[in-house]
Write a protein that binds this ligand. Structure first.
Ligand SMILES: Nc1ncnc2c1ncn2[C@@H]1O[C@H](COP(=O)(O)OP(=O)(O)OP(=O)(O)O)[C@@H](O)[C@H]1O
Ligand SMILES: [Mg+2]
Length: 459
């Protein structure tokens, strides 16, 4: 029974030994047992394969013989340190196998448990670092490449950063320039605006002054025309009421004397001659009075007065006049407007008589709701209007056209003249009138005043 148990125990032991022998032989690292001189006492399959030598041949060989010469002192120190103490020791060595292939290994050694039957030895693990070295090399190269790339990229970045910085600086400079130019422009605009404002104010003041002067001038002119008209009226009245009456009385007296003379008196023809002269003076007085202040203008209004005037003018000048009155029949305007239109017609017709050599004249009086138009047209020789109006008044006068304009302006109206040499002349007058016609009562009052004045002077 005891033998049986022994046998079983041995068999189990064998089995376990075989199992560990397998594990030992086919481990992924090399296992060496070395003595104090570095001779191989034991080695597993992997260890023999690393050195490229059959396991049997490797036994009792010096591990050192597979080392690169530079690694020999490292190994010897490693071995010495292991056998001096119990601690684990590590080192890296360069080796070469029997074919001369170099490779790197890491050694990890520990002193083996002392066995009184055996010499002292150590267990050494040899790990092939070739793959690790390769990986490390690849890693280093990768790191170097990466570092180069990073360096390059950094250089590129710093270059582009510098360029960008320069651009920013340039842009900032340009912006500052722009800002300066803008400020300068703004300053100039403000200066110019202030100047313009000042000029504007000066101009406005001048305009106001000029308007005032024009208004004053107009007022003076108006007064002048009014005074002229009043003076004409006064002279006309004097002539008619005083001088005319006296000449009429002279005529009557002469007539009486003539009648009392005997029929064969030699003085009779003298008296008759004198009566003729007095009659001619009377007619001249009447004509003068009529020109100075046509009584019809006050009493009968513009249309009738103008019609009579044109008829008389035609007789005197021998030039036929066609007078047309459109829409003005018995309508009355203010005395200023009526006188203005009448005087302009007079001057225009006088000009026709003096300068035009016309064969026909037409006068058109046109009454519209808010303006009165007067058109005097002749078929005479015409003249250059602009140059005539623009010339400065000379010693000979020639103020008729300007006078027409001034009169119309004073009444708020206009005079336009169309003429060219050889094609006659047309004078257009427009005077605005109040839309309300002058009330009958005002006309009545005005007429009765002027009639009253005249009858007073008669008396
Ligand atoms: N209807 C017309 N036909 C031809 N020429 C004309 C006519 N009206 C005016 N003129 C020309 O225009 C000029 C200016 O006329 P304006 O009435 O201003 O002066 P005037 O008749 O010469 O002198 P006055 O001061 O006595 O009127 C005239 O000298 C004449 O040459
Ligand atoms: Mg004239």
């Amino acid at each position: 029974m005891q033998n049986e148990e022994l046998r079983i125990g041995r068999s189990q032991l064998e089995h376990s030994r075989a199992k560990y022998a397998d594990l030992f032989d086919f481990a992924p690292v090399g296992y060496f047992t070395l003595d104090q001189h570095g001779r191989v006492l034991q080695v597993n399959v992997r260890g023999a394969r690393l050195l490229g030598v059959a396991r049997a041949k490797l036994l009792h060989q010096r591990f050192m013989s597979f080392l690169a010469s530079a690694s020999v002192p490292v190994f010897l120190r490693h071995l010495r340190e292991v056998f001096q103490g119990r601690a684990r020791r590590f080192c890296e060595l360069s080796m070469q196998n029997v074919d001369g292939r170099p490779f790197s290994v890491q050694l990890e050694s520990v002193l083996a448990e002392e066995d009184p039957d055996e010499d002292r030895c150590c267990r050494t693990t040899v790990i092939d670092l070739t793959l690790r070295k390769k990986a490390e090399d690849a890693l280093r190269k990768g790191q170097e490449t990466l570092a180069t790339m990073v360096e390059e990229r950094t250089r590129e970045l710093s270059e582009s950063n510098r360029a960008l910085q320069a651009q920013i600086l340039q842009r900032e400079r340009a912006e500052r320039e722009l800002q300066r130019a803008h400020t300068e422009l703004e300053r100039r605009v403000q200066e110019r605006t202030a100047e313009l404002l000042q000029t504007k104010q000066v101009l406005e003041a001048e305009i106001v002054q000029r308007k005032r002067a024009e208004a004053a001038h107009l007022l003076v002119l108006q007064r002048l025309v009014e005074a002229q008209e009043a003076e004409s009226c006064r002279v006309a009245r004097e002539l008619h009421d005083q001088f005319g009456q006296e000449v009429a009385a002279l005529s009557l007296g002469l007539n009486g004397i003539g009648e009392q003379l005997p029929l064969n008196s030699p003085l009779r023809p003298r008296v008759a001659q004198m009566l003729d002269i007095v009659g001619s003076v009377l007619r001249d007085v009447h004509s003068l009075v009529w020109k100075l202040r046509p009584p019809a203008l006050d009493d009968l209004g513009l249309a009738t007065a103008l019609e009579r005037y044109t008829a008389e003018w035609a007789k005197l000048s021998g030039i036929p006049v066609h007078f047309h009155n459109c829409g003005l029949d018995h309508r009355r305007m203010s005395s200023q407007i009526e006188t203005t239109l009448y005087r302009i017609a007079q001057e225009a017709l006088t000009n026709v008589f003096k300068h035009a050599q016309a064969r026909n004249v037409s006068v058109l009086l046109e009454g519209q709701r808010n303006q009165i138009g007067l058109i005097i047209e002749d078929d005479g020789r015409g003249f250059a209007v602009e140059s005539m109006l623009n010339r400065s008044p000379d010693a000979q006068g020639h103020v008729g056209l300007l006078g027409m304009r001034e009169r119309a302006t004073l009444a708020g109206g206009t005079v336009n003249i169309e003429s060219s040499r050889g094609s006659g002349t047309t004078v257009f007058v427009r005077i605005p009138v109040a839309t309300e016609p002058v009330r009958d009562l005002e006309i009545y009052e005005k007429n009765s005043r002027s009639i009253g004045r005249r009858s007073q002077h008669h008396a």
